[in-house]
Ligand binder design. Structure first.
Ligand SMILES: O=C(O)[C@@H](CO)OP(=O)(O)O
Length: 206
């Protein structure tokens, strides 16, 4: 039985382009982001994948990315479940600030701690640990059971919500997940074993 799970971070958004902390804000995709999402769909198609269900967040950039991938796959209209649990981490008071301006104001190191530490939240926002605390239960009760029942599942979400899931799926430590970056529009392909651990991991970047 095939147990296929593909995670895709949305294509470049308007706020990625402007270098702004985005979190729960809802900017659309740029032209580049649209092209990245289409390219992701093409790669999935080239791999011969067909999906049984898709999951995404309630944010436009992830939903649009999913729609563009499904169009490339010839799977427009696939059953899709949208849930806030898959949203980007909430960036709190940093939301809307320029990342370079924030570095000038608070220093390189502090901003890196807010962006990539495991359990230090940005002021008024969510740490990766907080993000995991709401994304993982959703994964365990909705997405994983679908995959383990033999469905092929496509998830379009966000840099940090997906990093938190990757940490759990791959069994990474907080130190290991800090170094793991997700590129926009690059699918991460998993074949899971019956015990839910990955037997194959492939980054579809070419
Ligand atoms: O701004 C954000 O919401 C995220 C993703 O773009 O940024 P970061 O790279 O700091 O996690």
């Amino acid at each position: 039985m095939d147990r296929i799970l593909v995670l895709v971070r949305h294509g470049q958004s308007e706020w990625n382009l402007k270098n702004l902390f985005t979190g729960w804000k809802d900017p659309g995709l740029t032209e580049k982001g649209i092209a990245e999402a289409k390219a992701a769909g093409e790669r999935l198609k080239r791999k011969g994948l067909k999906f049984d269900i898709a999951y995404t967040s309630v944010l436009t950039r992830a939903q649009h990315t999913l729609d563009l991938m499904l169009a490339e796959l010839g799977q427009t209209g696939l059953k899709t479940v949208k849930d806030q649990a898959l949203n980007e981490r909430d960036y709190g008071d940093l939301t809307g600030l320029n990342k370079d301006d924030a570095r000038k104001k608070w220093g390189e190191e502090q901003v890196l701690v807010w962006r990539r530490s495991y359990d230090v939240p940005p002021p008024g926002g969510e740490s990766l640990k907080d993000t995991l605390a709401r994304a993982l239960p959703y994964y365990m009760t909705h997405i994983q059971p679908d995959v383990l029942s033999g469905k092929s599942v496509l998830v379009a979400a966000h840099g940090n919500s997906l990093r938190s899931l990757i940490m759990a799926i791959e069994g990474l430590t907080p130190a290991e997940i800090l170094k793991r970056e997700l590129e926009t529009g690059v699918p991460v392909f998993y074949r899971l074993k019956a015990d839910s651990r990955p037997e194959k991991i492939e980054i579809l970047n070419g």
